[in-house]
Design a binder for this molecule. Structure first.
Ligand code: FNR
Length: 361
């Protein structure tokens, strides 16, 4: 393999070689049979391109606006926990790469660096991903710290009333992470006889009673826009609009929660239709190529978030690796746009791709 990986798959292999098995398995793996994990990637393959010819593509502009913020491309860094499992600089390296690439980073609530450390490390555009803890007072403090430290939106993850059953973590007796944001606020001693301390920690701390009415409560503790991450049905998308949510993320948590959930790309279009342009729809799950980004945009996503590839880059080459992963996806998207006859992101339409459903009808 070449020293500098030429695609995400090669970054994944470098990460595999660089990390202890317990950490690589935690990052790479999914829930139970890992069906959704595999389908997230595989489902992109059944979508084909419908390139248009003889369009002037001498200049390609990938820039876009996400919740009013201008970014260099529609590729964002999704929230993933514990970046120090991948690299000693943790989320600080990731944030610096986001700033260098002029993109938005969504910092996981379960990060290894605190919101304050990340905020003071660089001027990256940042959103804060939130898990709601049983201790609502502590949850409110986290939100307020994010707001005070210049985070621009709250991304409330709603697919995790309990953690999915990740069998590799159980076998590896995965250690419970030290969550920097909770230091001095919450200390939970967990002893697990099931194998994964992570599972025991989550069960002890996250609030499984979280429901729609709690959006009001969250709004009462912050003036930041609230997005919800983990929408997979049109019904819930409509509820989100009715609840006054600022945006949704179509996501199955990278196949780490409910196995046999649909591949996110297969439900994107129906969610987009249900929302009817009232709020932005973001997307994540299985993005490994620029063509995947293009397909998600063609099916109505305003932007995509990338999860594992970012951590693969971080594990392989630190901040530089994260930059390379983002640049690689951007380069691939730019080429895809040129070869499809789309000089700007707005030129990418539903007509530029064909799904299995289209071909059957
Ligand atoms: C995640 N994800 C996640 N989501 C979230 O809302 N909060 C979190 O703390 C985490 N942590 C996390 C850790 C790791 C190691 C992974 C791989 C994923 C889910 C993440 O935001 C996203 O939904 C998926 O990773 C998207 O799929 P891909 O891009 O990894 O295929």
């Amino acid at each position: 393999m070449a020293e500098e990986p030429v695609n995400i798959k090669e970054f994944q292999e470098l990460a595999r070689k660089s990390l202890p098995k317990m950490y690589f398995d935690f990052i790479n793996g999914g829930a139970e049979d890992q069906h959704t994990l595999r389908e997230n990637v595989a489902a992109f393959r059944s979508i084909t391109m419908r390139p248009r010819i003889l369009v002037d593509v001498s200049r390609i502009d990938m820039s876009t606006t996400i919740l009013g913020y201008h970014t260099s491309s529609p590729i964002m860094i999704g929230p993933t926990s514990m970046h120090k499992f991948a690299h000693p600089e943790g989320e600080i390296a990731t944030a610096r790469a986001a700033a260098a690439c002029n993109t938005i980073m969504v910092l996981s609530c379960s990060s290894a660096c605190s919101v304050e450390e990340v905020a003071s490390s660089c001027n990256a555009l940042r959103f804060f991903q939130l898990y709601v803890y049983k201790r609502r007072d502590i949850t409110a403090v986290l939100v307020q710290r994010a707001e005070a430290n210049g985070f621009k939106a709250i991304v409330l993850t709603v697919d995790t009333p309990r953690i999915g059953r990740r069998e590799a973590d159980i076998k590896n007796r995965m250690i419970a992470p030290r969550l920097k944001n909770l230091e001095g606020l919450l200390s939970v001693e967990v002893a697990s006889d099931k194998g994964s301390n992570l599972e025991a920690f989550t069960a002890a701390t996250l609030d499984p009673s979280l429901c729609w009415k709690d959006i009001e409560w969250l709004r009462s503790v912050t003036s930041l826009p609230i997005l919800i991450k983990g929408v997979l049905t049109p019904q819930d998308a409509i509820k989100a609009v009715e609840a006054g949510i600022a945006g949704i993320v179509v996501s199955n948590h990278g196949g780490r929660q409910l196995d046999y959930s649909p591949a996110s790309i297969t439900v994107l279009e129906q969610v987009v239709h249900a929302v009817g342009g009232k709020i932005p729809v973001l997307f994540d799950g299985g993005i490994r190529r620029g063509t995947d980004v293009f397909k998600a945009l063609a099916l109505g996503a305003q932007a995509v978030m990338v999860g594992r590839p970012i951590i693969f880059g971080l594990a392989a080459k630190g901040e530089h690796g994260v930059r390379r992963v983002i640049e690689m996806l951007k380069d691939e998207l730019e080429l895809t746009m040129a070869l499809s006859g789309c000089p700007t992101v707005k030129d990418i339409t539903r007509n530029h791709v064909s799904t299995e459903h289209d071909r059957l009808n």
